[in-house]
Write a protein that binds this ligand. Structure first.
Ligand code: AMP
Length: 588
């Protein structure tokens, strides 16, 4: 029987082991989890703990728990555990041994060889220390490969020709960015930069600071008063809230009986919004973007030389990170291979190649379409009622649940129409409408009532959409079957027809030609729709406007209607702009 070679991502925060099975890389689970926290410790009885159990005791027993040993690799520090002293490779070997055992248990045979990944910037001494750790764990390290190379292999194992990609890797405690060049089957890191003291843990710390401030301001609890257990609970709550905010606009944090003050229990209860959270972490994200430019400069390249950005590391699930990279590179960064696992799967692919096995690309179930809804927003510098707001982005692995918050536009607005579209165009009307429903009976409150719109796409292609009034929990749901198969050419044509039919034939003519969606006149079509929506809105607001404003609005509405009926598109511009300005002012 051929020797099996496993692929190992020996990470600062987490480690994984993967193996090639039937040509496909598969990460091996430990119980329910595919991730082994890179923590080593001793329990009360002096027994060795590795992974989750060691991580759980870290806050309470830091003196007998070791974390982030990867940072010490290559140095000659000694670490003490249970009265004995260990070198960094020895501690790493404990983690590797555990991964080896997990692989053996899964495969039902012994595992003696491994490919192990290291950061691109690792020195020879650090690489050697990693090799040593493997040997101590009973593994022959057949190859050490760079983490960005492994990530690229997960995405591009079957790539032909050349390609230049940027691997952006934001883990728990480290950030690395690398420019990688692929030339057929050769993958080379041409430049690398980073900060090995920056990662998702810093985001957690910001949230913890916020929680401590909240406790201080609202309940007079001084941070120093809290026990190690209470601090550990805050850390966990902060991390959980951070993860929630990657998919939802708000996170609730509830920690009952966190503390006791003068015999009175202290409960923590607050809500954190994504926008407040993003403000806390944006300096960190900005720093990573500067590092991206340093790495590009190092390779004598600019943003436009990069064909693709690959996301690696759990913290790249942060929407702010994805949004800023999208803005910077002009295309959505790729994240369809699980960012926590793609270094391990790449290592397994490399291992399989060395063993001479046939390798298939890492395939995961993803949505090939973006799903979202529409709202009033600026499009091309003008307010537009059908601005497309993506909720589940194309290429997201499924099943997935994401939500976004929307706001009512009018005081006492009692209902909201939720339109659901599939497509990529910022103009929702250029996308395919796949569903619509109305949520009624909303509270009579001023404009700005928060409505949470949630989309869940399951592996059977069913899209569940829920709109919920945040204040009361009132909600309405629909399910759309076959959300993934709706959208062939025929569906597209049908949808376009449906949208055209919203207009009277006489409204569709412009200089003797039909204005239909998708005939190259999208801009004009949009102007017409927009103008109508603005007029409609202005008419609704006339009653609440002052006499002076009303007079001006009536004149402008008339001018817009005239321009529309004459098909005078240039003539539409000024009155439309002026009317929009008044509406914004009135709403303000
Ligand atoms: P890694 O070292 O690559 O395993 O990344 C771990 C980091 O990713 C930790 O800081 C996690 O809290 C963070 N992380 C994991 N999942 C998410 C998520 N859904 N949103 C934001 N950060 C996450």
């Amino acid at each position: 029987m051929k020797d099996i070679i496993v692929g190992i991502d020996l990470g600062t925060t987490n480690s994984e082991v993967a193996v090639l099975e039937d040509g496909k890389a598969r990460v091996i689970a430990q119980g329910e989890s595919l991730i082994l926290p890179s923590f080593v410790g001793l329990d009360d009885n002096g027994e060795i703990l590795v992974g989750e159990a060691a991580r759980n005791q870290y806050q309470v027993y830091p003196e007998r728990t070791i974390k982030s040993i990867k940072r010490q690799m290559g140095s000659d520090v000694r670490l003490s555990l249970g009265g004995k002293s260990y070198s960094p490779p020895e501690i790493s070997a404990i983690i590797l041994k555990k991964l080896k055992l997990m692989a053996e248990e899964h495969l039902g045979r012994s595992v003696k060889k491994a490919v192990i990944t290291v950061p691109a910037y690792f020195s020879d001494a650090q690489r050697q220390a990693t090799r040593d750790a493997g040997e101590v764990a009973g593994l022959e390290v057949v190859k050490i490969i760079n983490e960005p190379t492994a990530a690229a292999l997960s995405y591009e194992s079957d790539h032909e020709g050349s390609k230049r990609i940027l691997v952006y890797d934001l883990g728990g405690g480290t950030f690395d960015v690398s420019v990688v060049e692929i030339e057929d089957d050769i993958i080379e890191v041409v430049s690398s930069h980073g900060n090995n003291r920056l990662g998702g843990d810093d985001f957690d710390r910001k949230v913890v600071d916020h929680l401590l401030e909240h406790l201080q301001e609202n309940q007079g609890v001084e941070p120093g008063e809290l026990t190690a257990q209470a601090m550990a609970r805050l850390d966990r709550a902060a991390e959980a809230a951070k993860r929630t905010l990657s998919d939802h606009p708000f996170a609730r944090i509830e920690e009952e009986y966190l503390h006791e003050r003068d015999g009175v229990p202290v409960h923590l209860s607050l809500e954190l919004s994504r926008s407040d959270y993003e403000a806390m972490i944006s300096p960190f994200v900005d720093e990573t973007l500067q590092a991206v430019h340093t790495a590009l400069n190092g390779a004598d390249l600019t943003v436009s030389d990069i064909e693709e950005v690959l996301l690696v590391g759990g913290a790249t699930r942060t929407p702010l990170v994805q949004r800023l990279l999208h803005e910077e590179f002009g295309s959505q960064p790729r994240c369809e291979v699980n960012p926590d696992l793609c270094v391990a799967t790449g290592a397994a692919i490399q291992a399989g190649m060395i063993a001479g096995e046939k390798v298939a690309a890492v395939l995961v179930d993803i949505t090939p379409y973006t799903f979202g809804t529409s709202s009033f927003h600026e499009l091309d510098g003008r307010p537009y009622p059908y601005y497309f707001v993506p909720i589940i982005a194309k290429n997201t692995p499924i099943p997935v649940t994401k939500s976004e918050v929307f706001y009512t536009m009018h005081d006492n607005q009692e209902e909201v129409i939720v339109n659901i579209y599939q497509g990529e165009n910022p103009d929702a009307l250029q996308n395919i409408k796949i569903g619509e429903f109305i949520i009624k009976g909303l509270s009579k409150v001023p404009a700005g009532n928060e409505i949470i719109n949630q989309c869940s796409l399951d592996s059977d292609g069913i899209l569940h959409v829920t709109a919920r009034e945040k204040k009361t929990g009132l909600e309405k749901k629909i399910s759309i079957d076959n959300a993934l198969s709706h959208f062939d050419e025929a569906g597209l044509a049908q949808a376009k027809g449906r949208i055209d039919s919203l207009f009277h034939p006489d409204e569709m003519t412009f200089e003797g030609e039909a204005v239909s969606v998708g005939d190259g006149r999208e801009g004009e079509h949009r102007d017409i729709v927009q103008a109508r929506a603005v007029v409609e809105k202005a008419e609704r607001m006339l009653d609440d406007a002052s006499a002076e404003d009303r007079e001006e609005m009536v004149d402008l509405i008339e001018a817009i209607n005239d321009a529309l009926s004459e098909g005078d598109m240039p003539g539409l511009e000024t009155p439309l702009e002026e009317l929009s300005e008044i509406l914004f002012y009135l709403e303000g």
